[in-house]
Design a protein around this ligand. Structure first.
Ligand SMILES: Nc1ncnc2c1ncn2[C@@H]1O[C@H](COP(=O)(O)OP(=O)(O)O)[C@@H](O)[C@H]1O
Ligand SMILES: [Mg+2]
Length: 381
């Protein structure tokens, strides 16, 4: 028999797994009516052929910023079409397009003026973009709303020149979305003053709100009766602790469902949720470690080796072992301290300064904060 047949016909408690995917935009967004209305209040201007004010949306991960904005986009596109208005809303995720050139090229392409993704000068791309806003033959002006999601990525990577260009193009309105409240420190005062934006803050969801969100989604995603007692409350409570992150709540529910399938169970049990939590945590740490720069990985590997030997890890000892691993490519002793700080910020290690007693000075002692096996798995050592 073909190896795919039994896999495809395997029993599952999912009715439609895509419903739990991050990219799925639900038809209702519980507890976000007010935020949707805030966005609509500014964007509605476009229906009277006025370029809407710029908007800035802040909020922690998983508070529904992307979902709500995309929902508002669909809604505005719908009325614009019905009324035959020349309004375009373009969604750009700055992790995918992270330079001014790439974003403008993408916008030109979406608006029907293809620009090569490399090779032109920036001025050529800027001009092509600006020319899109010359009235067309019917004198119908285009109004463009650009959604820059994860805007902090482009600001860090490429500076604020994209904002400079967009704010200086007539008929363009910017909606920026950021996970960080302080992202504007990356914008120069000159550009900041031309970004006359209205701010909308998305607060974290509380446990009860997450329950409402999960109940709605799970009705569509799972077979009837597939969710055991206490499962949704547990997912919601765990996610409420993680700063009200709806994405995490959905991930927990989805992974719990997968564990139920693995166990050939018709029902998700609370114990599966706890298992799902460990699995997600585990994968998150592996991801972090795998994407560290190579020299950082070497430092982490050195810490792991010393931990396995039960050594007290001082920075001096760490540098010795690190040098052996890094061979010719090593960084300086001073740079090692930056690495230690960064690894500490990521929660992989902790570093405590202790006093060795009078006259003996102070020493940094490093302790690993995750399983050595996990690190070995991630670094494949
Ligand atoms: N109010 C809500 N109702 C239903 N699903 C929601 C709601 N808020 C967020 N979600 C879902 O949670 C996940 C994370 O939301 P997202 O908009 O990506 O968060 P953010 O952009 O703030 O990080 C997505 O799958 C989204 O569909
Ligand atoms: Mg988002």
């Amino acid at each position: 028999m073909n190896i795919f047949i039994p896999l495809k016909n395997k029993k599952t408690i999912f009715k439609s797994k895509e419903i739990l995917d991050h990219r799925f935009i639900p038809e209702t967004l519980p507890h976000r009516d007010e935020k949707l209305k805030s966005i609509a209040k500014y964007w509605v201007e476009a229906l009277s052929k006025i370029t809407p004010q710029d908007i800035t949306i802040y909020g922690k991960t998983g508070t529904g910023k992307t979902a709500v904005t995309l929902f508002a986009k669909q809604q505005l596109e719908e009325v614009a079409k019905e009324n035959d208005l020349n309004i375009r809303i373009e969604y750009i995720r700055c992790t995918d397009f992270n330079t001014e050139y790439q974003i403008l090229a993408r916008l030109c392409q979406q608006l029907g003026k293809p620009v090569p993704y490399r090779g032109w000068t920036k001025a050529e791309v800027v001009n092509t973009f600006r020319n899109l806003f010359n009235s067309n033959m019917l004198g119908e002006d285009l109004i463009l709303i650009v959604i820059l999601d994860e805007i902090d990525v482009i600001l860090k990577n490429d500076g604020d020149s994209i904002l400079y260009t967009l704010t200086r193009t007539d008929n363009v309105s910017i909606t920026s979305i950021s996970n960080y409240v302080d992202f504007k420190r990356f914008i120069k005062p000159k550009v900041k003053s031309s970004l006359r934006d209205r701010e909308i803050v998305f607060p974290p969801y509380n446990a009860q709100q997450l329950i409402d969100i999960l109940e709605e989604r799970s009705r569509l995603a799972f077979n009837e009766g597939a969710i055991g007692p206490g499962v949704i409350s547990l997912c919601s409570a765990l996610a409420a602790k993680e700063e009200g992150d709806a994405r995490y709540a959905l991930d927990l529910l989805k992974t719990s469902g997968e564990i139920a399938d693995e166990n050939e169970s018709d029902i998700i049990l609370e114990s599966y949720v706890n298992e799902a939590k460990d699995r997600i945590e585990h994968n998150k740490i592996i991801d972090i470690i795998m994407t560290l720069p190579l020299q950082q990985q070497k430092v982490l590997e050195a810490i792991t080796i010393l931990t396995q030997k039960n050594e007290e890890i001082t920075s001096g000892l760490l540098y010795e072992v690190y040098q052996k691993l890094a061979k010719n490519d090593k960084v300086s002793y001073r740079r090692l301290f930056d690495f230690i700080n960064e690894l500490e910020m990521l929660g992989l290690i902790s570093a405590n300064t202790i006093s060795r007693g009078r006259g003996k000075g102070r020493t940094n002692i490093i302790t690993l904060q995750c399983d050595t096996e996990l690190i070995e798995q991630a670094l494949m050592v």
